[in-house]
Design a protein around this ligand. Structure first.
Ligand code: HEC
Ligand code: HEC
Length: 224
């Protein structure tokens, strides 16, 4: 029973985090069919005879791929805010302390919703602390209040397209004007480290420096 519950949790966890269309047979023309017919045979897995333990292990491994790299508690903005306390209390139970600047204000509701599902489902078996509704609201307000500023229209320039594709894979595309030209190198360097830690495809050195050049040009023009 508890094993089943854990498995269900794992499936939800992975299903939520990694929508991978791969491995699915193309749907038959009438998609409505799917709703009425009994589900087709399970998708051909690479090794249908793999013992459950191995499959479970794969799921657990897969679930760790996008874990956010932690930030130091001291560097949290507005650390006395109630939401900052909620973040530290409940959001460090499975991974390191996530930064409120990791997502734009529009994206935080969906990310926190995914985390609430996990907490609610796993609370019993794993003894997680479960936040109240009021605490959830406080946290969301805090995250949105210190969210990543989103880029508006981007002026043309060398590196613009690279920036737009490489820097929107984990969060919304950040506003180049949020940092001054001398501050951007450290941030871009940290992002390449984040790509490593979150097991995302790396960008080449040349691409990174082109992106940096673009960010510095745009932020310089505006700030003067
Ligand atoms: C029950 C364990 C658990 C708790 C508690 C938890 N997380 Fe997560 N979190 C995960 C797992 C597993 C992943 C990786 C899979 C994924 O991205 O969904 C993850 C990934 C993330 C990511 C990176 C992926 C993304 O979409 O950006 C962020 C950000 C995040 N969590 C924020 C939070 C916040 C905020 C809280 C507190 C409300 C929290 N987490 C609490 C398990 C947890
Ligand atoms: C692998 C996922 C990932 C990719 C790809 C990524 N970021 Fe981030 N980004 C993060 C995480 C995690 C945080 C929050 C923790 C931190 O600040 O390191 C963040 C936060 C930020 C912030 C807010 C924090 C600050 O110091 O201002 C900025 C700005 C930013 N990213 C810019 C970029 C740029 C520019 C790129 C493209 C070069 C990029 N990101 C690509 C994961 C990523």
């Amino acid at each position: 029973m508890s094993v089943r519950a854990l498995l269900t949790a794992v499936v939800v966890l992975v299903g939520c985090g990694t929508p991978t269309p791969t491995g699915r047979a193309p749907a038959s023309p009438g998609t409505a069919e799917a709703a009425t017919l009994p589900p087709p045979a399970p998708p051909a897995s690479p090794s249908p005879s793999a013992p459950l333990a191995v499959r479970r292990q794969r799921l657990l491994e897969a679930a760790t791929i996008a874990l956010p790299p932690g930030i130091a508690a001291e560097s949290l903005p507005d650390p006395a805010a109630p939401g900052a306390r909620v973040l530290q209390q409940y959001c460090t139970q499975c991974h390191a302390l996530p930064s409120p600047a990791m997502h734009g204000a529009m994206d935080w509701p969906a990310v926190t919703r995914r985390m609430w599902v996990r907490i609610d489902m796993m609370a019993g078996d794993l003894g997680l602390r479960v936040p109240s509704t009021a605490e959830r609201a406080e946290l969301l307000a805090y995250l949105q209040g210190h969210a990543l500023p989103v880029a508006g229209s981007l002026p043309p320039g060398v590196g613009r397209d690279l920036f737009a594709t490489a820097c929107s894979r984990c969060h919304v595309l950040p506003d180049p004007r949020m940092h001054s030209p001398p501050d951007w190198p450290v941030v871009v360097l940290r992002m390449t480290e984040n790509m490593q830690r979150m097991k995302m495809q790396q960008i080449s050195r040349a691409d990174a420096s082109q992106i940096l050049g673009y960010l510095q040009t745009v932020s310089a023009v505006v700030r003067r």
